[in-house]
Ligand binder design. Structure first.
Ligand code: AMP
Length: 307
């Protein structure tokens, strides 16, 4: 019983007010796999790369317990490329370039050996591709989590709405929640989105933490205040990987366990932003993860005497 992850594996080029990266390894699927592998293995990965994607990067993920049978390698084509520039607040960014390359004609194929996956993480991709993965699963997984972005709301809204009826958890950031619902208040936005299909909604608010909505329950988890944020790219995907990784490890899909999963996601995301690209995620140890979880506990721990 394992975790199925679908998402882009990419080259990124990133500019922040504090520095600029060359072409580095990125992609939603890459970040999710690195992050989730701290909690559960095997991870059964579905993606596509070109012949230019370094074998050493695939090998590093394989060594972490990531199964690559579902990753197509198109030898004569180029890997997906994305480039972005962050504003001074590091919470907002502009996309400078998107070259779909191998993603343009990507048809995900779920191998037979992936059919036992009880947990599915649909990383940010065209909603029709995310749906195709669900449709290929012969048994309905126990939990399907999906991420998306405003780009798909603008060009594939009908597909997105169709997919929303098939998933359990939707992950979006605050501006995406507002765009999808047409509501400014995040509480009203959440109530509306929860009528569109998902039973749980997570709204990520960058350095301001994340909210989990379910029926009439709300839970808030802060982000760890960090002295230096070098590169927020992939923080959302890393959060998603920590969240689904914890759920897949514990096999508990209750609201209470999702609260813990959100803290796991937030802790992993706090590492991701400390260096460019996936680098920090490749270095962290269990001791570091545990220490950071303890910092989260201390961050929100207080006593109160009601008079
Ligand atoms: P995040 O910062 O968590 O929103 O994710 C950033 C990652 O998403 C980058 O590594 C990109 O390679 C990837 N990405 C950006 N745009 C797309 C897209 N349209 N489809 C798939 N992946 C994308």
């Amino acid at each position: 019983m394992s975790l199925l992850v679908v998402g882009s594996m990419a080259f990124d080029a990133i500019e922040t007010p504090f520095g600029k990266s060359d072409k580095i390894i990125g992609g939603a699927g890459t970040y999710i796999a690195w992050s989730a592998s701290n909690f559960t293995t095997p991870i059964k990965q579905i993606s596509v790369v070109g012949g230019d994607f370094p074998q050493s990067e695939l090998d590093a993920l394989i060594a972490r317990g990531v199964d690559m049978e579902g990753v197509q390698i198109k030898k004569d084509e180029k890997t997906f490329f994305w480039s972005g520039r962050y504003h001074m607040d590091m919470n907002t960014r502009d996309t400078l370039d998107t070259q779909l390359n191998v993603l343009e004609n990507f048809q995900p194929v779920v191998p037979d050996s992936y059919q036992d996956c009880e947990f599915v993480m649909l990383g940010n991709l065209a909603p029709a591709l995310q749906k195709s993965v669900i449709m290929q699963m012969k048994t309905r997984p126990k939990l399907i989590v999906m991420d998306t972005m405003n780009f798909w709301m603008e060009i594939a809204l009908d597909d997105l709405k169709d997919l929303l009826t098939m998933v359990d958890v939707l992950l979006v950031n605050d501006s995406e929640a507002r765009e999808l619902s047409g509501e400014y208040s995040l509480v009203k936005a959440a109530n509306k989105i929860l009528t569109m299909g998902p039973k749980f909604l997570i709204i990520k608010k960058g350095e301001h933490g994340a909210l989990l909505f379910h029926q009439n329950h709300v839970f808030f988890a802060p982000a760890l205040p960090l002295e230096d944020v070098f590169d927020p790219t992939g923080a959302g995907d890393t959060f998603a990987g920590g969240f689904i990784g914890h759920i897949a490890r514990t096999k508990d899909i209750s609201f209470e366990n999702m609260k813990t999963a959100i803290i796991m996601g937030s802790a992993l995301a706090s590492f991701c932003v400390e260096k460019f690209g996936t680098q920090r995620l490749t270095e962290i140890t269990k001791e570091e993860v545990d220490a950071r979880l303890e910092e989260f506990v201390q961050l929100v721990n207080f006593d109160i005497d009601l008079v």
